[in-house]
Design a protein. Sequence first.
Length: 226
Amino acid sequence: MENTAAAGGEAAEKLSEKDKKFKPLSIFGYDARYFFIGMIVFAFFGFCAENIGRMTVQHIFDCRHQLLPFLFAYGIALLAVYVLIGTPDDLRFFNIRIFRQKNTRNKILSHIIYFSVIFVFILGGEIAVGMIYEKFAGVILWDYSDIPTHITRYTSILTTLLYGGGVYLLMAFAFRPMMKLIMKMGLKAATIIDCTLGVAIVIDFLIMIIITFVTGSAPDYWSISW
């Protein structure tokens, strides 16, 4: 009996060590498989946001250079923003909490700082990405030159305020409820979606990049204008 108990203890200890060794990847409190679903959702939001803007200003609804209605660049942006500064109610710089005390003053400052960082992130990001495509692929993917307050052809104060405001609102009020809803699907369902739809979105994104840099022209699969 003692030998059996000892063997059982050793097996449990090995199992415990194995569990620790193969601990699932976590992104600041969220299992990576669930977080990737969140990135997919944001990729769809990005597709909708860009086309709403284009329909309003240019009366154009199009593929945004990809086959699927998901712009994975927005999913990458979600990952970068959340890893870097968290959410407006839980502002941090990577693992470092910005405000240790939770009070009204700090909460207001947290939201102001968060929006300011998002604003600078979008402003600089659009310029950087636009200039990389122009310099290395010879492609101008978008042009804000006709928009008041534009800074270079790739961004403007007005559009940055709109996009920044949208991201801020999503992260302040929709991100955590969205993740809670996503986690209700279970890890098995999340893994299946990640490995099918998620992989397809990433491949679609990579194909767009490759075609653009190889041919010097971004793919346009379909477009509706009026």
